[in-house]
Structures are given as C-alpha cells and as structure tokens.
Ligand binder design. Sequence first.
Ligand code: OAD
Ligand code: ZN
Length: 245
Amino acid sequence: MNRKIEDLKKVIEESDNIVFFGGAGVSTASGVPDFRSATGLYNRKNDSDFSPEYMLSHDFFVKYPDKFMKYCRENLIIDGIKPNAAHKALAYLEKIGKLKAVITQNIDSLHQEAGSKNVIEIHGNLRDYYCTNCGKTFDLTYVKKFESTVKCDRCGSIVRPDIVLYGESLDQDKISYAISLIRRADVLIIGGTSLVVYPAAGLIDFYRGNKLVLINKETTPRDSRADYLIQGDIAKVMKELVKDL
Ligand code: OAD
Ligand code: ZN
C-alpha cells in the first residue's frame, strides 16, 4: 500500500472529529463535469457568445433569465447521476462517528443521496428553487414542467435555482457554521477542489490543526499548506481510506 495512504489511514482511525471540505472533483466520477479541468465546463465549447463564468453570474441571470435557465438545464441539471465511492466513504465516516460534517461547493445533492446528514452546501443546490418576486419555493419537478424560463404559479415572476451566482454573496449563517466546524476540527480533509474560488477557498485558513489532508488530481495553490498531500482520484483514495474501518 502507498505509504502516504497508510499514514492517513492511521490519522482517520484515531480521530472522531474529521471535517471534509470539497468541490467539483468529488463528483466527476459520477459523471458530473467539474469547472476548470481540461474536460470541465469552463473549457467546454458552447454555442453562445458568452463565457460560462459570465453565464453563471447574477448579472447574466438578470439580463437574460431565459439563456441562464437554458445553460442550467443543459449543463448543471443532470439526470440519473449517482453518488460514487467518495460520497459513500464520507457518508460512512459520518455514520461511524468519525466525520462531523461535509462542507461542499457542489450543488448536485450527491452527498445527501449517499447518506450524509450534516451537509453544508455553501454554493446552494439544484433541488430548491424560488420566485424572485414573492419568494414562493418550488422543487425540480415543477421546474421540469417548463421548457425555458420558469414562472411562479402565484405571481408569474421568474423562478430561479437556489444556487449562489458570481456577484452574489454567500449565506453568512452557513459560512459561520462552516468556519466553526473547521476551527474545531481535528482532521480537515480537502478534496476535489482547485481552491481558487473565494471566499470558499479561504475556509482552509480557519483550520488550526496539523492534520490537513489535501486530495486532488492536480496541484492547487494551497498544496504547501497540506500535512498530507495525495495526488489522485478522490473516489479511489477515499474508498481505500475507509476499507477495514
Ligand atoms: P474546479 O473545477 O475549479 O476544481 C476541481 C478540481 O478537482 C480540479 O483541481 C481537478 O483537478 C480536481 N478533480 C477532478 N476530478 C477529480 C477526481 N476524480 N479526484 C480528485 N480530484 C479531481 O471546481 P471547484 O473547486 O469545485 O462556483 O470550483 C469552485 C467553484 O467554482 C464552484 O463551486 C463553482 C465554480 O465556479 C460557483 O458556481 C459559485
Ligand atoms: Zn411569485
């Protein structure tokens, strides 16, 4: 067995206060594209004159709600996706009392589907939708009844997904909770994230311990902060880590 994984297994065996912070790379093995890899959304050709980053901004949503929703339907709302070994391993670690929470930038709900209970979705999710005028909430089944822009059945205004767009601020309650979990964590596992999007990436700075685990396919700007650095597929690594636990 890889020496680093062996060391890490020991760290996990000995802890009952692990916190996980992850991003899009956690879901790529489930068929959800990430953003910044060569095959990611931001490097994908699309038939629009706008960049994907701009299409996921508040400004774009307000100016072109129809194009925004089309982009969401074609790129973010993916049918039939299932949790992979990384999601399952994290749910298992919580179940056996080792992991306190999953803090995720992902909006795909796959952690919950794998059985994780304490999931903090700092960029929101694609399960919940709301009317931009009256606030009425809707689910994906309602949204799927529409072909393009979704309209509220109470006031007729535009309905949007409960996700955080560029130019919008994060939910302060969620961030405060995430910070308190990370501050108190014994082990912080970070995985499948490029760690370039702030304020999310800044959460790492609240960790005070000496067991910071970073699992990613590519290098990140924060690799030097890691006490345990593993370059590889997080699905495979997490599966190996929980084996025999
Ligand atoms: P990125 O696409 O920026 O980074 C994903 C990282 O995961 C990359 O560094 C990949 O190398 C790595 N990766 C991919 N597959 C992997 C695998 N199987 N195992 C291990 N690593 C893998 O995605 P995020 O960091 O999540 O925000 O991006 C952060 C935010 O930028 C997103 O939440 C989204 C985006 O714009 C908003 O939309 C607000
Ligand atoms: Zn309404």
